[in-house]
Ligand binder design. Structure first.
Ligand code: NZQ
Ligand code: ZN
Length: 390
């Protein structure tokens, strides 16, 4: 078995990293930039003003498009593509968290490839390139700053779909952990769960494995758990914020899969995307609901795999099924510490039979796909997991 690792993003890390933006864009040959951002946080903190100043100092023309919402919408992506065409933009700068970066990636696909951008998300077409993207990250969570993935919600039908290709990996990422001091408690909590889950999903693969990568993965999960709890107590703890930021990038850039069957499992993410698409809950919240249900349903496939993670992350000594069950309980306890709901009901969602069927239709692409690798999930399996999550 071979695995590939490709992480072309130039990372500038540390206090003041965002001040490098003008220099980076000159290096990239940016002629006209679209600055893309979210609601109000980057404006309020003064970050956007610093970015504008940096570009002006380097004589780089730019236009702006703000308003990206969490679970970014296709409508704004289309607006961004039209604006960029009109303004002859050749570079996109995302200033924000995963939603802003993903929206920027979608604009990049649309601008470069032409045609209907949703085609890349519903799988009817594959992109053959992207307008280049640079990132100033303000929230540690998705790892989109280094990942090959972008997730967009189509308002028509509330369909949340991802598109994966190396073309959308950002060209550079400016990572200043201090920019995350203002992230609200809830976003820090859901972000921490997301970072952990990107490594967990890779750990539960179905092929051969590399012990070194398993140990690296479990060190990341343990550290993220500890540092996540620390910043809830002390939001301006630089070391903890810095650890979370770098872990967010490394958890989802492929490093945690090298030597393992790198496809990972990803059923929790796919089942979650349908939840946040339909109910507009935070991605990390949905993951905290789905992972215990999924684990309970699948652990008998290979209890020792669960026990290994439990040992390396929580120091659990039992092996086999007992070790696996203790591991699942330890994760639930951990998610509780991050004040996550562990069921749909706890998230305020009373799932009706009709909604369950709709989730299953969407999760199976209307009967066209199974999910997972650790255990392959058919529609009936997915149903059991959603019911366990109820
Ligand atoms: O919009 P503003 O005002 O900027 O507020 C945002 C937003 O409300 C706020 N925020 C961000 N940085 C802040 C801040 N508030 C104060 N101070 C700061 N420094 O946080 C809120 C949430 O932002 P969002 O970008 O939505 O969060 P996140 O980074 O968790 O992104 C979630 C999205 O990414 C997708 C998720 O599905 C979801 O749509 N994912 C993307 C992945 C990828 N591209 O690789 C992988 C993930 O698995 C995930 O699916
Ligand atoms: Zn995720």
């Amino acid at each position: 078995m071979i695995s590939r690792y490709y992480s072309p993003t130039r990372v500038v890390f540390g206090k003041g990293a965002e001040e490098e933006v003008g220099k980076e864009l000159v290096l990239e040959g940016a002629r006209k930039v679209l600055i893309h951002y979210g609601g109000s946080s980057a404006e309020k903190s003064g970050l956007l003003d610093r970015v504008r100043t940096s570009l002006k100092e380097k004589n780089i023309p730019f236009v702006e498009l703000g308003g990206v919402k969490p679970n970014p919408r296709l409508g704004l992506v289309r607006e961004g593509i039209e604006l960029s065409k009109k303004e002859e933009v050749n570079y996109i700068l995302a200033v924000g968290g995963g939603s802003v970066i993903d929206s920027a990636k979608a604009i990049g696909y649309g601008l470069y490839n032409g045609g209907e951008v949703w085609d890349f998300y519903d799988g009817t077409r594959k992109p053959y390139g992207s307008t280049p993207i640079g990132v100033i990250l303000t929230l540690s969570a998705t790892g989109s700053e280094l990942s090959d993935s972008s997730v967009i919600t189509n308002e028509e039908g509330n369909l949340k779909r991802g598109c994966n290709s190396d073309f959308c990996r950002p060209r550079f990422a400016l990572l200043n952990p201090e920019l995350t001091y203002t992230v609200p408690k809830f976003q820090t909590e859901v972000g921490t769960i997301d970072i952990m889950m990107h490594t967990i999903e890779r750990f539960f693969h179905s092929g051969e494995g590399l012990d070194f990568t398993d140990r690296l993965a479990c060190t990341l999960i343990k550290d993220v758990m500890e540092k996540g709890l620390r910043v809830l107590e002390e939001p301006e703890d630089y070391d903890a914020r810095a650890s979370l930021m770098w872990a967010s990038s490394l958890s989802h850039n492929g490093l945690m899969a090298l030597g393992n069957d790198q496809r990972g499992d990803w059923a929790c993410h796919q089942l979650e995307h349908e939840l946040s698409g339909m109910f507009d809950i935070a991605h990390g919240e949905g993951l905290a609901i789905i992972f215990p249900a999924w684990s309970t349903y699948v652990y008998k496939e290979d209890p020792d795999r669960f026990a290994k993670m439990g040992h390396l992350v929580f120091g659990i000594e039992e092996k086999g099924e007992e070790g696996a069950r203790n591991t699942i309980e330890a994760f639930k306890e951990c998610f509780r510490k991050f004040e996550m709901p562990l069921s749909l009901k706890e998230a305020g969602i009373e799932l009706s039979d009709e909604q369950l069927e709709e989730l299953l239709d969407k999760a199976t692409f209307y009967g066209k796909r199974t999910l997972g690798a650790f255990k392959t999930l058919e529609r009936e399996d997915m149903k059991e997991i959603y019911l366990l999550a109820k």
